[in-house]
Write a protein that binds this ligand. Structure first.
Ligand SMILES: C[S@@+](CC[C@H](N)C(=O)[O-])C[C@H]1O[C@@H](n2cnc3c(N)ncnc32)[C@H](O)[C@@H]1O
Length: 508
């Protein structure tokens, strides 16, 4: 196992950190304003580039590291002080040519609140420029910087204090930065040695220490156990050969084998009570449902699992999307060849599309039957969603421990973010109910169609009375036996608790 070194030595890192001291999330926000900072956040470099000038360090650093512009060597020397420009060039951070300096890597301030506020240190992520700044197909060992899917994973990962965390496919290290706020130690792996050097630089600049290891998937960690594993793997579904591969997105394994390997492999690396959080893509065919396909990977895992599928992309759109993602030119010879190969392969395996989603695993206690739930989540859920994922698991475990009798004895609460939408229509007798929908105005933003009787039950969930009392009242008002009413209501109540429309009162 090779030790990955940062691009600069310790002293140069300290000097670079000093040079970057005003180039923080807040510093950039102040310079660009809300609109410019938002443009930068969504990757619109041109949008972010408008309306600033001058030669203060933050301006020069933005020009170099975000816009990819060249600046005069003199200005760069002033900006990088106390780091000698020659050291920055020797480390591959900048290149010097004809009296000008140009960045070789991008360095971006990162972090919701300007970084690890607990320790008062800002974060910087060191990665490659995208093709939006340096046009052309990106190199095969391209190192991805802060990116949308990475942010989605970061916002979905539970942030409980843990002893040992593992970041599989760390890239520039953005997941590990977050892990650093709540993990005793971090092992971060990647198959791309260049990525590991960038990650080492991200860690060093941001004042963190990670155990960086080279190798594929779980191989670098042998039989070690972790309390938290995160993975934003190179999940794109491709033939595995023939298409120009880029390790930041393509594992080189055919189909969805990389996601399958992780789902099958991670449970054995989870310590008791451990959690794993990963993003993934999987193939959709007519031969089996997505639940059967991904569910098969979880057979015998010994883990509770919540699998989300948020969308399916049909093959043509998928291939175009990913060829463009690496900076390919539509209509070029390479594009047409790779497009054809990729589409032919999709056809040969009977793929109807590729699904995107997320998988959370919780190591179940010894001898306890795991709970596996697979949900389609097409709605725009709120980010960060991690707290809701954690409470979903607590509610599922609570429900699994409740017999119907116990559930009837529980006192339930409808939280304030649950609303009832009513839609009425004029009928023979004036306004008549057309539609009733329960809706969450935050969090998962689930919706559920209900009728007036169930709406009455939910409306009665103030935590004051037992569920049985509400069921009895409803049964009386409808002239139906209690047992019949309970039989109709309980499965719905269980579903509503699972989805967070109803919560057990704290002391239940
Ligand atoms: C989509 S990027 C994720 C980067 C970063 N973790 C994030 O969340 O933004 C996938 C990363 O996995 C790495 N990778 C590709 N194949 C791998 C493999 N077989 N084992 C470990 N890492 C791999 C890539 O080099 C890349 O850094």
């Amino acid at each position: 196992m090779r030790v990955s070194k940062a691009l600069l030595d310790d002293q140069d890192i300290d000097h670079l950190r000093q040079a970057l001291s005003e180039y923080t999330v807040q510093g950039v926000q102040e310079l660009l304003g809300d609109a410019g900072a938002a443009a930068l956040q969504r990757g619109d470099v041109l949008g972010a580039s408008r309306g600033f000038e001058g030669d203060e360090p933050v301006v020069t650093l933005l020009r170099l590291f975000v816009l990819g512009e060249a600046v005069s060597e003199e200005l760069a020397r002033k900006t990088f002080a106390p780091l000698p420009l020659e050291s920055a060039a020797a480390g591959g951070v900048i290149e010097l040519s004809a009296g000008e300096a140009r960045a070789q890597v991008t360095i971006r301030p990162y972090g919701e609140l300007g970084g690890d506020t607990a320790r008062g240190l800002p974060w910087w992520v060191v990665s490659d420029f995208g093709f939006d700044v340096r046009p052309g197909v990106v190199r095969p060992d391209h190192v991805l910087g802060v990116n949308g899917s990475g942010q989605l994973l970061a916002g979905s990962t539970p942030r409980l204090e843990v002893a040992r965390a593992l970041d599989i496919g760390t890239g520039a290290g953005m997941q590990s930065l977050h892990l650093g706020t709540h993990s005793g130690s971090i092992v971060a792996t990647d198959i791309n040695e260049r990525a590991l050097r960038f990650a080492a630089t991200t860690a060093a600049l941001s004042g963190q220490t990670w155990d960086l290891r080279h190798g594929s998937l779980l191989e670098p960690v042998g039989d070690e156990l972790f309390d938290l594993i995160v993975a934003n793997p190179p999940y794109i579904v491709s033939p595995g050969t023939g298409i120009e591969t880029h390790s930041y997105r393509d594992s080189g394994m055919a189909g969805d084998a990389v996601c399958e390997a992780l789902v099958r492999g991670m449970p054995a690396r989870l310590a008791p009570g451990g959690t794993a959080q990963m993003l993934g893509n999987w193939i959709i065919t007519d031969g089996e449902t997505w639940e059967e396909h991904v569910g098969g990977w979880l057979d015998g895992s010994g883990c509770d699992a919540w699998v989300w599928q948020w969308g399916v992309t049909e093959p043509a759109e998928y291939v175009n999307l990913w060829l463009a993602d690496a900076g390919g030119t539509p209509g070029s010879e390479t594009w047409i060849r790779e497009y054809t190969q990729w589409r032919d392969w999709f056809e040969s395996i009977g793929a109807r599309g590729v699904a995107s989603g997320m998988i959370t695993l919780w190591r179940a206690d010894e001898g306890v039957e795991p709970i596996v739930e697979m949900d389609e989540v097409p709605q725009a859920f709120e980010q960060p969603i991690a707290a809701e994922i954690a409470s979903w698991h607590l509610r599922q475990r609570w429900l699994a421990g409740q017999t119907d009798i116990q559930l009837l004895d529980a006192r339930l609460v409808a939280p304030p973010f649950v609303v009832l939408d009513r839609m009425d229509q004029v009928g023979e007798n004036g306004w008549e109910p057309l539609n009733r929908r329960l809706r969450q105005v935050r969090g998962m933003r689930w919706e559920a169609g209900i009728d007036d009787s169930i709406a009455t039950i939910v409306g009665g969930c103030t935590g004051a009375s037992h569920l049985a009392t509400q069921v009895a009242l409803l049964a009386d008002s409808l002239g139906r036996p209690f047992s019949e009413m309970a039989e109709a209501v309980l499965p719905l109540v269980r579903h509503f608790i699972a989805r967070g429309f109803l919560l057990p009162r704290d002391d239940t």
